[in-house]
Design a protein around this ligand. Structure first.
Ligand SMILES: [Mg+2]
Length: 188
């Protein structure tokens, strides 16, 4: 169960994910969450730096699809602005929207990543669909609708617990040096 909620990569913002870095990870298709990931919930446009990031991915030949639980009209408007196809009302955390987006792009799951700001939507949907999952810190979460804000405290607790678990795992490593070499065990 924990695996389905654990992102393979966590970054502060999409701007850390340049085309070269994504290519080096073996990726060529990206499913992009919209609200909190590419733009603030109440804004219609992405910040100029994010628009430039999208352009750099397009130029580098990445296949891109927006993947949002938002309504068709609002997300469709945004999709036209950034000129990326969109799957709206994606019903994340269910994996069906991811699969539909991958079919639209002709993308293979093992070369696709979902990038989103919510564990209980983006990460879970991506994990269930078998794609690489990247969690970003939400942009201006105070603007989110109540049903998203409701999930945030639980999400924060889960991410803190995950960080402790990872740190704890490292602390419980045992190294044994002997004339025959070094043995290493890690306990969780
Ligand atoms: Mg979001």
């Amino acid at each position: 169960m924990i695996r389905f909620l654990t992102p393979q990569l966590r970054v502060e913002t999409v701007l850390e994910l340049g085309p070269d870095r994504l290519r080096a990870m073996g990726l060529d298709a990206l499913l992009l969450d919209v609200d909190g990931t590419l733009k603030r919930y109440r804004r219609q446009r992405p910040a100029p730096a994010v628009a430039a990031w999208i352009e750099s991915l397009r130029t580098a030949g990445f296949k891109l699809c927006l993947l949002s639980n938002g309504r068709g009209r609002r997300i469709g408007q945004f999709a036209r602005q950034v000129e990326i196809p969109a799957v709206c009302r994606a019903c994340k955390p269910l994996p069906y929207g991811c699969r539909r987006a991958m079919r639209m792009l002709g993308a293979a799951a093992n070369r696709t990543a979902i990038i989103g700001d919510q564990v209980f939507a983006d990460v879970m949907a991506g994990r269930l669909a078998g794609v690489f999952t990247i969690l970003v810190r939400p942009i201006h979460p105070e603007e989110e609708p109540w049903f998203t804000r409701l999930k945030r405290p639980l999400e924060s607790r889960f991410l803190r617990w995950l960080a402790q678990r990872e740190a704890g795992g490292a602390q419980k490593s045992i190294f044994l040096r002997s004339p025959f070499g070094v043995r290493h065990w890690t306990f969780r």
